[in-house]
Design a protein around this ligand. Structure first.
Ligand code: KIV
Length: 271
């Protein structure tokens, strides 16, 4: 039976029926095709694009133009998976008007179904309400928020003590009330994500947040072993593609140098 297009109510239903939601990142057409074939529920064009594809040291330099360019490519490869685009730093936390315009570009120009944005301070909560009122679905992102990691003391687990845990719980409730359809929790204790997941009606998606969330997300380049600079503790490497690619490239070089490639079967004959 052909898979039907995943919608936001479908995600809510999955939470109600205790069915785990799968979400992975993609930044280009071929990866989107692979994730679509694997029937991944949500494809995220994360601003992790900056680290794993563009070679920046953080997600901060990522621009709207870069995100739009990659979201368009991913949209051409996906069919039924829900497509979410990450709003890059300073594209959403300036004014509500600017945020609606930028979020609208992801939907209208790039073909995304929804946007994701980090944080939940009072300004962001008010901005989320405006974007949702404009008809654009918003996914929240709490815990370790990489765009503001410096303020959080670096890439560290968040919400470990009672005060910090309470603050994350309150932010999550505020995002749900503001109209978010789902929230990503990054690097928080599993007991906290479990407690929040039970409290919220909307689905929670964890990355380094334990089993208690309604779904799991990873950066695809991490799980495939395609990004060697840094592997967080929460990543499970399902493959080591960097090594395999390096071996293939070395093989190509050796065969060309030795005159073994191209062989007869790769050549064209004149009439
Ligand atoms: O940018 C990204 O890939 C993300 C995931 C880590 C959730 O935000």
């Amino acid at each position: 039976m052909e898979r039907k297009k995943i919608t936001i109510p479908d995600l809510l239903k999955m939470k109600q029926e205790n069915k785990k939601i799968t979400m992975l990142t993609a930044y280009d057409f071929p990866m989107a095709v692979v994730l679509e074939k694997a029937a991944i529920d949500i494809i995220l064009v994360g601003d992790s694009l900056g680290n794993v594809v563009l070679g920046y040291d953080s997600t901060v330099p990522v621009t709207m133009d870069e995100m739009l360019h990659h979201t368009k490519a991913v949209n051409r490869g996906r069919k039924k998976s829900l497509l979410i685009a990450d709003m890059p730093f300073m594209s959403f936390n300036v004014t509500a008007r600017k945020t609606i315009v930028n979020a609208g570009r992801f939907i209208k120009e790039a073909g995304a179904d929804a946007v994701k944005l980090e944080g939940a301070n009072p300004d962001i909560i008010s901005i989320v309400k405006s974007v949702v009122r404009a008809g654009i679905p918003v996914m929240g992102h709490l815990g370790l928020t990489p765009q503001t990691a410096t303020i959080l003391g670096g890439d560290k687990v968040q919400g470990r003590d009672a005060k910090a845990a309470d603050s994350i719980m309150r932010q999550a409730i505020a995002l749900e009330k503001a109209g978010c359809f789902s929230i990503v929790f990054e690097c928080i204790p599993d007991s906290l994500s479990e407690e929040i997941t039970k409290k919220l009606k909307i689905p929670t998606i964890g990355i380094g947040a334990g089993k208690g969330c309604d779904g799991q997300v990873l950066v695809t380049h991490d799980l495939l072993g395609l990004y060697d600079r840094f592997t967080p503790k929460f990543v499970k490497k399902y493959a080591d593609l960097s090594k395999q690619i390096a071996a293939a490239i070395e093989n190509f070089k050796e065969e060309v140098t030795a005159g073994k490639f191209p062989a007869q079967e790769h050549c064209f004959k004149a009439k």
